[in-house]
Design a protein. Sequence first.
Length: 238
Amino acid sequence: MDRLLVIDDDVELCRLLRSYLEAERFQVEEVHDGEQGVVRSLSGNHVLIILDVMLPGMSGIEVLRRVRIESSIPILILTARGEEVHKIVGLEIGADDYLLKPFNPRELVARIRALLRRASQLSPRGMKLSLHPPITVGTLLLSKDTREVRRGDETLELTVVEFNLLEILMQSAGRVVSREELVKIVQGRAFNPLDRSIDIHVSHLRKKLGSAANGLEWIKTIRGVGYLLRNLGDQARP
């Protein structure tokens, strides 16, 4: 069974989450402070992290920042309603998704499964499948089999959501992809015009891709519609 890590100081909530998630055939480990959360997040024993941003001592945002330095493990953050700033900061730092408290456990499970589907291209034996030729656009190369992205000679470290966003944009290079389409394919949920999380992920991806030698950014915003990946052949620079 897939093993999840829950980092939250609310012991009762953790107990309820454990009960519900184990009924959904997940294994769950609980951690109630940020320092231990970082240690366990980097242990390699989990497939996904559920992280509360409001932790005593080391905040969830700092936990997220430290984990992202070393790992691209899928991270879903929990924020209370009204904590819009925490949600945005979390997404900018590298959270893959968020959920507002209080939440429906079924929605949490749906988000978890959507992230895991997009994070893993493994065969039943745990070996990478070699079925997909790399996608190349200019100096960008994306390997779906190894989950690797290269810009020229440089390997880019992307989160699960950023990788999947780039895959869709590269497959559609030169064509506008709507925000609605990106949300549906990448985040696996219905489009909500008030939810700007997809735009934050695109912004973060744009920064990592940098621009081409001629100064053009790889990703162009088409206002009111969506995003377009330019087919730039120049050598890219950070």
